[in-house]
Design a binder for this molecule. Structure first.
Ligand code: SF4
Length: 447
């Protein structure tokens, strides 16, 4: 049996509590997927095709730069794929697309044009692609596309508003060592693609108007306001006022239409209160990696400007503003094991990560995670092109669920349905791995 197939089947056997869908999804997220020519649409124009293209909504989430990816970049791959059936009898599994031409996973069309996912040359599932949403076919008055201003991900559930496309933590001494936000901005500019650095509020409202008009099924349920850290000001506004102004404008124009979320730094409580006053309902002050030494090494800007201990204190304080259920800090699962500084064994990495989970969950706060994509223009991605061991990701899913159960917590609000076959969260399998009966409420609880 080829080695990668052996690896996933071995992990499925040893970890029966982790859905087999999640094993394959994690492997695709950490290592990427190749697209056969037959599986790429010919739509260089993102508004005219039948398939919803990859929007590059914040980071590149690819295993090569645009010039390296060639056809896969010019003929845009889909934003996500959905896996079903095959020898593992996969339930419906939505996976964010991370392109890697040398991955052992390949999406290809058969002689009848039917898409499948192949591993080590064997067909392991059917592949569905997201249809082009009607709202992507309409442009703003200034000619910008809705995909550029307000792309949707998670099968249309989440509107992803990266309103500041760069980060004020800039350069090797400040940027987080796994983050390619600044590179991704540069590469899209170099490729001549539209890529707005700071999105004007009016443009965001106009794009949302189009989504609201054409999303008649009301699939879009939440929006996330995010972008780089603001360490000084943008247009005279600090981080809370800068991101908060969008929430205020959205809530005034479309009161309660979507659940408002913000991914920002862990700010002092007065600033967090301003987020809430502006209408944000879920706060993501991401702590990135739990281990102290790794946080200091991987997040030098955050360490210098705020510091790990203060960051964690602020996360706990923000629960007094938003309610513990609505504070959902993210970490980047896998960087714990990155060479040369990371843990050498899966056991150590899991122990450390679980210590962090327990710290927050003991306060009623449920962290969540995205699966690390080792982008090649980042220091950690360059040194670790294969990412973290799959065993780490699979065991994390198991421990995450067990720790939540220990603290009596259920899946966090604002992520759609939980459970294998139900989840739409596409950049990690944590929602696929929680029990379906723990489906989150669609609106966050009141504080
Ligand atoms: S704070 Fe770190 S992870 Fe966030 S955008 Fe800036 S460099 Fe990237």
């Amino acid at each position: 049996m080829p080695r990668r197939t052996e690896l996933i089947e071995g992990l499925m056997q040893r970890h029966p509590l982790v859905p087999r869908e999640a094993v394959i999804k994690e492997d695709l997220l950490r290592g990427g997927v190749a697209f056969d020519e037959s599986a790429l649409s010919d739509s260089a124009n993102e508004a005219s095709g039948d398939i919803k293209p990859k929007s590059y909504f914040i980071f590149s989430f690819d295993h090569g730069t645009l010039p390296e990816l060639g056809a896969a970049a010019l003929r845009r791959p889909p934003e996500e794929i959905v896996l079903t059936g095959g020898p593992y009898e996969l339930r419906r599994t939505v996976v964010s697309v991370r392109v890697n031409p040398s991955s052992p996973y390949r999406v290809a069309a058969d002689g009848d044009g039917v898409l499948g996912l192949y591993l080590d040359g064997q067909r392991i599932s059917d592949v569905g692609v997201p249809p082009m949403p009607e709202y992507y076919r309409h442009k703003l008055a200034n000619g910008k596309s809705v995909m550029e201003v307000a792309p949707t991900i998670q099968w249309g559930y989440l509107i992803y508003l990266t309103v500041f496309r760069v980060c004020q933590y800039f350069g090797a001494k400040e940027e987080c060592q796994y983050c390619d936000i600044n590179h991704n901005w540069r590469q899209h500019k170099a490729a001549g693609r539209p890529y707005t650095g700071v999105k004007p509020v009016e443009e965001v409202l106009e794009a949302l108007e189009i989504i609201d008009k054409y999303d008649t099924a009301k699939t879009s349920t939440a929006y996330t306001l995010t972008g780089g850290a603001v360490t000084s000001q943008i247009g005279g506004k600090d981080e809370a006022d800068f991101y908060g102004q969008y929430a205020k404008a959205i809530e005034e124009r479309f009161p309660g239409r979507w659940i408002g979320k913000v991914v920002a730094q862990a700010l002092p409580k007065e600033d967090v209160q301003r987020f809430h006053d502006y209408g944000v309902r879920i706060y993501h002050p991401n702590y990135e990696v739990w281990d102290r030494r790794l946080f200091e090494l991987y997040c030098p800007g955050k360490e210098r400007y705020v510091g790990r201990d203060e960051w964690h204190r602020r996360i706990l304080d923000s629960a007094e503003v938003f309610g513990a259920r609505n504070v959902i800090p993210n970490f980047v699962a896998g960087v714990e094991m990155a060479e040369p500084f990371g843990f050498k064994t899966v056991d150590e990495a899991i122990d450390s990560t679980v210590e962090g989970l327990r710290y927050f969950m003991a306060h009623g706060i449920t962290p969540r995670f995205t699966t690390w994509c080792p982008e090649p223009t980042t220091p950690l991605g360059k040194a670790n092109p294969l990412g973290a061991p799959l065993e780490y990701h699979v065991r994390l899913l198991q421990e995450y669920r067990a720790t939540m159960e220990e603290f009596g917590l259920s899946s966090p609000p604002g992520y759609g349905p939980a459970g294998p076959g139900n989840a739409v969260f596409s950049v990690s399998s944590f929602m696929d791995s929680l029990p379906a009966e723990q489906a989150a409420p669609e609106a966050p609880e009141k504080v």
